[in-house]
Write a protein that binds this ligand. Structure first.
Ligand SMILES: Nc1ncnc2c1ncn2[C@@H]1O[C@H](COP(=O)(O)OP(=O)(O)OP(=O)(O)O)[C@@H](O)[C@H]1O
Length: 222
C-alpha cells in the first residue's frame, strides 16, 4: 500500500531533516510509529499524504507516486484515497459535526455524497459515541468528542489507507480501546492499511508491527 524509497526532507527554515531509506506498509497492515516528540512522525505522515513534498525520493501510495502529482492532484488524491486523523483534528467550526464528517465529499469531485455515505457517517458517529451530537459545532464539543468527529471523517470514505496522528491521545482508557476497535474494524472491512503515530504504549500489542522513529533522524544509520 505504501512504499517509500530514499526519502529525504527538510523544512525550508532548516533545523530538522528526515531521511527514510526504505519503508513499506503492506496491504491491510497495521503499523504503529513511536518515537520521541519532535522526531518527525507527523512530518512523515504529511509527506505520505502529500501535504509536504520531499526533497528527494519516491512515495508510492496504492500504485501512485504522490511526489509526482501537482498540488491540486495531491489534494484530490488525499481527499478521495486517504483517511487522515490530524493531531489537532483540523475540524471546521463553521460546520456542524455531521458536515465535518462528510467534508471529504465537498472537496473531492470523485466522491459522490449519496444516501450510503450519509448513513455511513451516522453509523460511524453512533459507533464512536457521538451519534447524538451531530448537529453541534466543534467548539461545543469536548476534545475527545472532536477527536471522534475527526476519526469518523477519516473513515467515512472507506479509504485504503488510514493515517492517524495520535487518534486516541485525548481519550480515557476505555474510549481509547473503543476507538481503536472502530478504526481497525472499519479499516479491515475496507481492506485498508493503518499507519498510526501513538504515544499509547499499552495499545502497541494490537498492531502488526511497531516502528521506532529514532532510526529515521537525519544522519542516523538506517
Ligand atoms: N513547519 C515547520 N517548519 C520548521 N520546522 C518544523 C515545522 N513543523 C515541524 N517542524 C520541526 O520538525 C521536527 C519534527 O516535527 P514533527 O511534528 O514531525 O515531530 P513529531 O515526532 O510528530 O512530534 P510530536 O510527537 O511532538 O507530535 C520538530 O523539530 C519540529 O520543531
Amino acid at each position: 500500500m505504501v512504499e517509500i524509497e530514499d526519502l529525504t526532507f527538510s523544512y525550508p527554515s532548516g533545523g530538522f531533516g528526515l531521511r527514510v531509506p526504505s519503508l513499506t506498509l503492506k496491504d491491510g497492515e497495521r503499523l504503529a510509529i513511536v518515537g520521541p516528540s519532535g522526531s518527525g512522525k507527523t512530518t512523515l505522515l504529511n509527506l505520505i499524504a502529500g501535504i509536504l513534498r520531499p526533497a528527494t525520493g519516491r512515495i508510492d501510495v496504492g500504485g501512485t507516486d504522490v511526489t509526482t502529482l501537482s498540488d491540486a492532484e495531491r489534494r484530490r488524491f488525499r481527499a478521495s484515497r486517504i483517511g487522515f486523523v490530524f493531531q489537532d483534528f483540523a475540524l471546521l467550526d463553521y460546520l456542524p459535526a455531521r458536515q465535518n464528517i462528510l467534508y471529504p465529499y465537498r472537496i473531492s469531485p470523485g466522491l459522490v455524497l449519496d444516501a450510503a455515505a450519509r448513513s455511513r457517517a451516522e453509523a460511524l458517529a453512533t459507533a464512536s459515541g457521538i451519534g447524538d451530537k451531530l448537529d453541534r459545532h466543534p467548539s461545543a464539543l469536548s476534545q475527545g468528542e472532536q477527536q471522534r468527529v475527526a476519526i469518523c471523517r477519516a473513515l467515512v470514505t472507506q479509504p485504503k489507507l488510514v493515517l492517524s496522528d495520535e487518534a486516541t491521545g485525548n481519550l480515557d482508557p476505555e474510549s481509547k480501546a473503543r476507538i481503536l476497535d472502530l478504526l481497525f474494524e472499519r479499516a479491515e472491512a475496507a481492506g485498508a492499511s493503518v499507519l498510526a503515530v501513538t504515544h499509547d504504549h499499552e495499545l502497541l500489542p494490537r498492531f502488526d508491527r511497531v516502528l521506532d522513529f529514532n532510526e529515521f533522524r537525519e544522519g542516523a544509520v538506517a
